[in-house]
Design a protein around this ligand. Structure first.
Ligand SMILES: CCCCCCCCCCCCCCCCCC(=O)SCCNC(=O)CCNC(=O)[C@H](O)C(C)(C)COP(=O)(O)OP(=O)(O)OC[C@H]1O[C@@H](n2cnc3c(N)ncnc32)[C@H](O)[C@@H]1OP(=O)(O)O
Ligand SMILES: Cc1cc2nc3c(=O)[nH]c(=O)nc-3n(C[C@H](O)[C@H](O)[C@H](O)COP(=O)(O)OP(=O)(O)OC[C@H]3O[C@@H](n4cnc5c(N)ncnc54)[C@H](O)[C@@H]3O)c2cc1C
Length: 671
């Protein structure tokens, strides 16, 4: 963070920091995943952010669309040189996925880099879908930025239903080439980040045809523009998809092929091959391994959701400590808005959710690495559970994060609406995560498939995988008695999830018994299935969050343990109160226990209040990364709002030319 001199800091924020009763650094280490990780992140931030060339003279939002894109490309080039020359030196390939890199990217780009998908999906797909020989060919070029890539899977007509993609890649053994073709308007590739004007290569997901037979979708690396002139190759039509709600510097593009040829070797052949004579050979043991990049990105998106929510919470909590408004007690000074319990209700759940998602995200990452290690040995048994886990966690984390970032904006009143607060841009960026890399509903329904199967296994007494092991108790019809202890609350969330899954399974059974097809019975149950999947995910987050807090604070100072447990308990109580209908239905909770729970929640708000600023300081965001007039470390909110306002192009002259052209003639009756 950029601390400045103490003299510059807003006096209310100074007092807040004196009130904080725990060691902030210890909490930072927990959030980062360990002291070593914090040190590495800070080193990456120091190296990257010392480069002055990235600083914008005019705020990004004051530039027109084309200027914004050009500026984003300029900064992307500066930034990729830093990554290539400095950061990869520090940590090797690991730097690409490091939180340090993710954070410094935000210091450079208030919106999104047009290179984001190059690092975020093009490089990971090369690593995940290429043979070692192919990797040796493509990876150095991509890391050296000799080629820039995008990931074009979605089409105008299909995003969710991958099996319905229409782009074809037909093998021609005579020339040992694939012929890429876009047979219809709806087969046009659409949305790929970096594709519109920036990328010269693209991973294209297309239906593979060889020897007259379709083998389903496969990924190909496709050169689309000349490396020197950057002109699209003949047979390639590429461009920008038009202005979007956010992501306007991400260069999302469209792409069409007209019988466009690429060498056979450009098929990514780790999981399936086409031999020179056109023979198709399946290498992978699991049907869905070509979906691997999506699983990887979904796993990373859970921590991405935590990261963005932590930024919004930092902005809103610091602002709420500085802002004073209203006079609840006559004759007394106006209170800091952070003193209002309703404001605490809006904001403390944001801090707790950022912790919950970060710690669950770290746990998910370790699970992902373990599954990858198994798969390297040829064992794909845990892939279905990873897919189920990553699908629901991606859906719920991105949805919660977007909703709570918007809540942070509301919590900042009118000033939260200013682009200079950074909350609107943050929201437009994060709300897209609910859709991309798998829509919310669609992913919850993927998890639901796994849950219904697990329920059937539980009923027949089979051994269950760890994340659904709780279903065994429910299948044995063991009644859960409500208790407001942490374990009691987690057990009750699990009972809710189990009850909902059981109701779905029963509904499907009932419908099929009366002659409805299984597909129709499934469709008729999807509203319940989504709810069951969400309940399962919530129970899992509660369990993982509490488990991680207990584990990680075991060797911490007592005050850190207390504040971390207060936050985690707040998360559980908040969700119990949000889902009282479910708890009344599936546990023994009653009116008096609900009243007790509400009191407990209000007590927790009061307990967390003195540590609120300390808790957001522990996220350890430098001002360059927050980009916010309301959230800077020194709390000079009003000064910064005024400084930013003066940068508006509309303040360059005291009279606009439109006055002479229109307003004056209008007043004189001459228009
Ligand atoms: C310079 C700056 C740098 C800064 C760096 C900053 C980094 C920031 C981080 C962010 C970067 C990334 C940005 C990303 C931008 C967006 C990119 C995209 O959207 S790309 C586009 C993303 N697009 C999407 O996400 C599209 C979403 N759609 C889909 O993924 C699929 O169509 C589907 C999964 C919904 C269905 O697939 P379908 O083939 O129809 O399958 P069925 O339903 O018929 O199920 C059959 C069986 O298969 C099973 N199974 C399924 N999947 C998997 C799996 N992965 N595994 C295992 N199993 C799987 C399933 O469980 C079932 O099993 P069972 O029950 O039978 O046992
Ligand atoms: C900012 C942004 C960046 C993107 N970047 C990329 C990229 O780089 N590369 C890329 O390939 N793609 C990219 N995408 C595309 C993205 O992956 C898709 O938009 C996403 O997967 C959703 O698919 P869709 O647009 O087809 O939505 P649809 O599937 O058409 O969804 C519309 C509605 O239908 C519902 N629906 C669809 N199917 C079902 C079902 N089976 N059951 C119940 N409801 C259903 C959905 O829940 C949703 O409410 C990007 C999208 C955005 C917004």
């Amino acid at each position: 963070m950029t601390k400045g001199t103490q003299a510059d800091v807003n006096p209310d924020l100074k007092k807040e920091r004196l009130k904080c009763n725990f060691n902030i650094q210890e909490v930072t280490f927990i959030i980062d995943g360990g002291k070593d990780k914090t040190l590495q992140r800070k080193k990456i931030e120091d190296v990257a952010l010392n480069i002055a060339a990235s600083i914008d003279e005019v705020p990004e939002e004051c530039l027109n669309l084309k200027e914004r894109y050009d500026n984003a490309v300029r900064k992307s080039c500066v930034y990729s040189n830093i990554v290539k020359n400095e950061l990869l030196e520090i940590t090797g390939l690991e730097a690409l996925g490091s939180p340090g890199l993710r954070r410094t990217a935000d210091a450079f780009f208030k919106d999104v880099s047009p290179f984001m998908l190059h690092l975020g999906m093009f490089v990971p797909t090369i690593i995940g879908q290429c043979t070692p020989e192919q990797q040796a060919h493509w990876l150095p070029k991509a890391l050296e930025m000799q080629i820039i890539g995008a990931y074009a899977q979605t089409e105008l007509g299909h995003g969710t239903f991958i099996r319905g993609l229409e782009t074809t890649a037909t093998y021609d053994p005579a020339t040992e080439e694939f012929v890429l073709h876009s047979p219809t308007l709806t087969s046009t590739k659409w949305w790929a980040g970096g594709l519109g004007n920036t990328a010269n290569h693209c991973i294209v997901v297309a239906q593979l045809y060889t020897k007259g037979q379709c083998h389903g979708t496969h990924p190909f690396i496709v050169p689309i523009r000349d490396l020197d002139t950057h002109e699209p190759f003949p047979g390639v039509k590429v461009g920008d998809v038009g202005i979007r709600m956010g992501f306007n510097t991400a260069d999302n593009g469209f792409l069409r092929f007209n019988q466009y040829r690429i060498p056979r070797e450009n098929m990514m052949m780790k999981n399936a091959k086409v031999m020179k004579d056109g023979t198709y050979v399946k290498v992978a043991r699991h049907e869905k391994l070509t979906y691997g990049t999506m699983v990887f990105v979904r796993v990373t998106l859970v921590m991405e959701a935590a990261f963005n929510l932590a930024k919004a919470a930092t902005i809103a909590v610091r602002y709420s400590a500085v802002r004073r408004q209203s006079q609840p007690k006559p004759g007394e000074p106006e209170p800091q808005i952070l003193d209002y319990p309703t404001q605490q209700h809006k904001l403390f759940i944001c801090i707790a959710t950022a912790h919950a998602l970060q710690l669950t995200g770290l746990w998910l990452w370790r699970t992902f690495e373990a599954v990858l290690a198994d798969m390297r040995k040829g064992d794909t048994d845990s892939l279905p559970e990873l897919h189920a886990l990553s699908s629901c966690l991606k859906a719920v984390s991105t949805s919660d994060s977007a909703a709570l970032i918007e809540q942070c904006r509301f919590a900042c009143g009118g000033h939260g609406y200013m682009l200079s607060s950074n909350l609107p841009l943050l929201y437009s960026f994060v709300t897209a995560t609910r859709t991309y890399e798998g829509d919310y509903t669609v992913l919850l329904l993927q998890t639901a498939r796994f849950l219904v199967k697990a329920w059937e296994q539980a009923e027949s007494g089979k051994v269950l995988t760890p994340t659904v092991a709780y279903l065994a108790c429910a299948a044995a019809k063991e009644k859960v008695v409500w208790s407001d202890s942490v374990d009691g609350m987690i057990r009750s969330f699990q009972a809710v999830a189990a009850g909902k899954i059981a109701a779905c399974a029963e509904n499907i059974k009932r419908l099929t018994k009366t002659g409805t097809s299984l597909e129709d019975a499934w469709q008729l149950s999807t509203v319940r299935l989504v709810a069951a999947s969400e309940a399962h995910c919530r129970a899992m987050i509660c369990q993982a969050y509490w488990h991680e807090v207990t584990r990680l604070t075991a060797s911490c100072s007592a005050s850190v343990k207390i504040v971390m447990e207060q936050l985690a308990t707040l998360y559980l109580v908040y969700w119990a109160l949000e889902t009282t209908g479910d708890l009344l239905r599936y546990s023994t909770i009653c009116e008096s226990e609900l009243n007790k729970l509400q009191l407990k929640y209000e007590e927790l708000l009061a307990l967390i209040r003195p540590n609120a600023v300390g808790l957001v300081d522990a996220f350890d965001f430098r001002d360059e990364i927050l980009h916010s007039t309301l959230g800077a470390y020194d709390g000079r909110v009003y000064e910064r709002l005024m400084e930013e306002a003066l940068k508006s192009p509309l303040n360059e002259t005291s009279v606009q030319s439109s006055f002479h052209k229109y307003i004056r003639p209008l007043a004189k009756g001459k228009l």
